[in-house]
Design a protein around this ligand. Structure first.
Ligand code: GRF
Length: 216
C-alpha cells in the first residue's frame, strides 16, 4: 500500500504558492496531503485559501513570544502534532533558528525568488535589474541554518526583458514558482531526491531537469 506524503506548509501572506499546491493535489497530480497550514500572521490570506480547501490551519503570532527560540519551539510542537514527512516554507517571512532547521534536516524546503546563490535576502528583482542580469528566476532548496542557502533542488529561469520592472519580474516569477514548487515536492514525495554533500541529485544524478527555462 502506498502511503501519501504528509506536508505542513508555513506561510505569512497571500499564499499563492500554497494555492498552487492545493490545485495540483485536487487535480490528482500530487500525492501529498497537507495536514496543516501555519501562519505567523493571523490575517494572512493564505489561511483563508487553506480553510476553503478544508485544510486545518493555525496562526502563531511571533510577537507573543519573548524570543525567536521560544517562537520556534511553539512552531515545532504545532508542526510535530501532525508528524509531517516534509515542511514547506511558502512565503514564510521569519528567520528560523538553527535548532528548528536541524530538527527538520533534509525535510524542510524553501522557495526563494532569485537564482541562488545570487541575491539571498530581500529585494531580489530590483537587484537583478540593477546588475543588468540576463537571467532571473526562482530556486527551491533544502533549508540549512544560513538564510537562503542550502542544496538546490530545482531552479526556473526567465530572460529579463528591456522593459521589465521589479513588479513585472515579481509577477513573471510567481508564475514560474507555481509550476516549480509542486514539481519539487512531487519529486520529494516520489523519493527521487537525494543529497550528496551540497548537491541535490534527482534519481541519483545531477539532472538537466533541475534547471528549467520559461517563456512567461
Ligand atoms: C514567493 O515569491 C516566494 O519566492 C517568497 O515569498 C513569496 C510568497 O508568495 N519566498 P505567496 O505568498 O506564495 O503568494
Amino acid at each position: 500500500m502506498s502511503t501519501r506524503t504528509r506536508a505542513v506548509i508555513l506561510i505569512s501572506g497571500g499564499g499563492s504558492n500554497l494555492q498552487a499546491f492545493i490545485d495540483q493535489i485536487q487535480s490528482g497530480n500530487l500525492a501529498v496531503d497537507i495536514g496543516l497550514v501555519i501562519s505567523n500572521n493571523a490575517d494572512a490570506f493564505g489561511l483563508e485559501r487553506a480553510s476553503n480547501a478544508g485544510i486545518k490551519t493555525s496562526a502563531i503570532d511571533h510577537r507573543q513570544f519573548e524570543s525567536r527560540l521560544k517562537f520556534d519551539q511553539a512552531l515545532m510542537s504545532e508542526i510535530d502534532s501532525v508528524q509531517p514527512d516534509i515542511v514547506i516554507l511558502a512565503g514564510f517571512m521569519r528567520i528560523l533558528t538553527e535548532d528548528f532547521v536541524n530538527h527538520y534536516r533534509n525535510r524542510l524546503i524553501n522557495i526563494h525568488p532569485s537564482l541562488l546563490p545570487k541575491y539571498p535576502g530581500t529585494n531580489t528583482h530590483q537587484r537583478a535589474l540593477d546588475s543588468n542580469d540576463q537571467w532571473h528566476g526562482a530556486s527551491i532548496h533544502f533549508v540549512v541554518p544560513e538564510v537562503d542557502a542550502g542544496p538546490i533542488i530545482l531552479q526556473g529561469r526567465l530572460s529579463i526583458d528591456a522593459n521589465d520592472t521589479s513588479d513585472s519580474l515579481q509577477q513573471r516569477i510567481h508564475k514560474i514558482e507555481h509550476f516549480l514548487y509542486p514539481l519539487a515536492v512531487k519529486w520529494f514525495a516520489e523519493n527521487r531526491l537525494s543529497i550528496d554533500i551540497d548537491k541535490v541529485l534527482l534519481d541519483g544524478e545531477i539532472s538537466a531537469e533541475q534547471l528549467q527555462t520559461f517563456d512567461v
